[in-house]
Structures are given as C-alpha cells and as structure tokens.
Design a protein around this ligand. Structure first.
Ligand code: GMT
Length: 380
C-alpha cells in the first residue's frame, strides 16, 4: 500500500514509534511517506519506498504563532495527490488529527477519499489534549478519524473518560524489533568502559520533561548506591536535565551519574543495563521500558497509566506508587543484590518483551489500513 505517516520527528515515544512503524512497513514492501517538519531522528536512511516530505513554514511578521496545521494539511493534500497515497496514519492527536481532517475534506473536494487513522499516544490525551484550550478540537478530530487506535487499554479508557467519543477505539500496543536488541547484545557490549566488573548499571531514558520525574530517578539511585556498588546512566535531553544534574551534585553522587544526552543507539546503550528506572507521573504505555526489557533489563517503575500492561509486578520488575522513592529503591536493591534473582528478572523481561514484537503488531496496522482504504478512491 501507499501510506502517509505524520508524526513529531523528535526523540519522543510517539515519533520513535511512528518511525519504527514506517521503516517496518517499508521493509514489508509498502511505500511509506513521512510528512513532518524535520526528518525523524530514527529515520536514518531513505530508499525507493521510504520517503520524507518536509513541511515548511512561511514566516510572516503578522504571525505571533506560525500556522503549522495549515502548512501540514496543505502538504498532506499535495503528497496524497502526487504519490496517490491510500491512507494517512497520524501519530499524536495534536495537531495531526485535526490537520488530517482538514486534508481529508480538501481532498474530498478533488474527488479523493483518503482514509485517516489516528493513533493516540498519551500526553495528546492526558496532559495536553484534555486541556480546555484544545479539548473541543481534539474530540472532534478523534470522532472524525476513520479509525482511532490507542497504545494501551489504559489510554483507551482514559480517552473515553475525558472526551465524548462515539466510536470504538482499537488498542494496538507499541512494538519492538526484538532482533535488533539481540544483535546489540551479541556485538561486544563495552560495559567495562562505564563500570567496574562488580558494579551494577542502572539506566533512565526520556526527554527529561516534568512528567518523567528525573529527580526521582536520581533519588532512587542515591538510595541504591548506598547498598549496591553501581552507576546510573541518564540518556536524553530536556528541561529537567539541569535540575537532575544539580541534585546528583548536591547528593554527592556526581561521579556515579553519567548524563549522556540524546542517542539514536538506545539498543547499544541498553545492552549494559541491569535495571531501568521509570518513575513517571504517568505513561500511557512506556515505550522506553519496553525497549529496556527487550534488551534484557529489569524495570522499576510507577504503576501509573498503562505501565502495568508492560511491566509485570514481581516478574519483569516492580511497580510502585507515584513518588514512592524508598519503595522503588528497595525493589531495585532486592533485584540487584542477588545475581541469580537479577538474571531471572532480566530473562523474564526479555521474554515478556516478545509479546510486543514487531512481527505481531505491524500486521494489525496493515489490516487497519486495508479496512479504511476505499479502493474506488473517488467520492460520489
Ligand atoms: O513520554 C513522552 O514524553 C513522549 C510521548 C510522545 O508522545 O512522544 O510518549 C508517549 O507516547 C509513547 C509512545 O506511544 C508512550 O510509550 C509514552 O508512554 C507516552 N508518554 C506519556 O504518556 C507520558
């Protein structure tokens, strides 16, 4: 099929997921067109069936805010027409679902009926989308998509609680390329560069926004390192990074905490990791936790949002209440202090990650695309 994918091209989970999906679809022979303002960070190559169309904004002195939705929907219309796309899959409701609705209406005027699939990722519903500023438009664009998916049962439930949705939301979990993580493990994993043989490695990956509670990460590690010789790797960039760095300094653990910035090689970094820390305020799914699990890493997380659907308490790691730093530290120590226990949790994590494999989830999206593609393409 010919599929247009609209997403944020950044390190956020929705952009990462959309990019992995596009690349997997292209691998399966579909023609995929990314439409966004920058080339997605994980899209490291283009090919005959993997294309990128940049949305450019015209600056004009009158505009205090640039009208991105307008530029995006115009670009969608252009790309759909030029490449005869059959379906548009937009990731993150704001403003993509709204722009897709506008594109669909414009295309209708030209006699083209394009299917629109909207995937809800989390903060587009929980933190931003339900804010009165956006709620009406988000609700409208969800209700007017041909198919709506959510990345967890919890997100589906929350969407139905926060909005008046009169169509079924399909749950399609985020997925992982398990093979990629196997490969990283097989290649030489240079753990020795970061920790001594007797030290354990804890990791956190995020965009360091307030919802990730990166100071909690540092505080949990502070408790852990008192009992377990260990290091903490902090991967990502964002507004809370400075605070976390300062806290590590104040707690006297600066030399044990490494801030590594953004990385496109998460699989290669996670191959060192023993325990992954994700004490988020909320996570609709927690893709970073799934990536860690695929890399055979136990997960210590909060029990918020969709995290219990990914991290199985007492098996792949542990779940705690929001802000329960001591409990999360205690759980991490209980896993790390015994190598047999640690190995069992890591094995379980890897095994459970296979339930979210690319091979299972990508065909679900293919079926969804087929269901909303009108082969005759013209509207009466
Ligand atoms: O979590 C972020 O800060 C990024 C955000 C995004 O939309 O890019 O992630 C959301 O989508 C991911 C992919 O579906 C989910 O795994 C994350 O849990 C979700 N984040 C939140 O719900 C906070």
């Amino acid at each position: 099929m010919k599929i247009g994918i609209v997403c944020y091209p950044t390190f956020g989970g929705s952009g990462v997921m959309a990019t992995e999906l596009g690349m997997a679809l292209a691998d399966k022979g579909h023609e995929v067109h990314f439409i966004t303002y920058n080339q997605p960070v994980r899209l490291d190559f283009l090919s005959h069936n993997l294309h990128f169309h940049q949305v450019l904004i015209e600056e004009y002195p009158l505009f205090q805010y640039q009208p991105y939705e307008l530029a995006l929907s115009s670009k969608m219309v252009e790309v759909v027409q030029k490449h005869q796309l059959e379906v548009l899959h937009v990731h993150y409701a704001i403003p993509h679902a709204y722009a897709a609705y506008m594109a669909k209406q414009m295309l209708k005027e030209k006699g083209i009926d394009i299917g629109v699939v909207t995937t809800l990722h989390g903060t587009d519903i929980t933190l931003v989308g339900s804010h009165p500023t956006y709620k009406t438009a988000v609700e409208f664009s969800i209700n007017n998509s041909d198919v709506v998916t959510a990345v967890s049962n919890n997100l589906k439930k929350t969407t139905n609680q926060l909005f008046n949705i009169h169509k079924n939301i399909e749950v399609v979990y985020n997925f992982i390329d398990v093979e990629k993580y196997n490969k990283a493990k097989e290649e030489e994993c240079k753990r020795v560069a970061l920790a001594k043989p007797n030290e354990k490695i804890l990791t956190h990956i995020s965009n360091f926004r307030p919802v990730k509670r990166v100071e909690d990460v540092v505080r949990i590690f502070y408790e852990v390192q008192k009992e377990i010789p260990s290091k903490l790797l902090m991967i990502g960039e964002g507004p809370e990074r400075k605070k976390a760095e300062l806290l590590a300094k104040q707690l006297g653990i600066k030399s044990k905490v490494f801030f590594l910035g953004n990385s496109t090689e998460i699989d290669k970094i996670l191959c060192y990791s023993d325990v992954f820390l994700l004490p988020s305020q909320t996570e609709s799914f927690g893709l970073a936790a799934l990536e860690a699990m695929a890399a055979k890493t136990a997960v210590i997380s909060t029990n918020t949002g969709g995290l219990p659907e990914v991290n199985i308490n007492g098996k792949t790691g542990y779940l705690s209440n929001l802000g329960a730093i001591e409990d999360m530290a205690k759980n991490a120590i209980s896993i790390l202090k015994d190598n047999v226990v640690l190995e069992q949790f890591k094995e379980n994590a890897k095994e459970h990650a296979k339930n979210f494999s690319l091979d299972t989830i990508v065909p679900v999206y293919e079926d969804i695309y087929k269901s909303c593609y009108h082969s005759e393409k013209s509207v009466s």
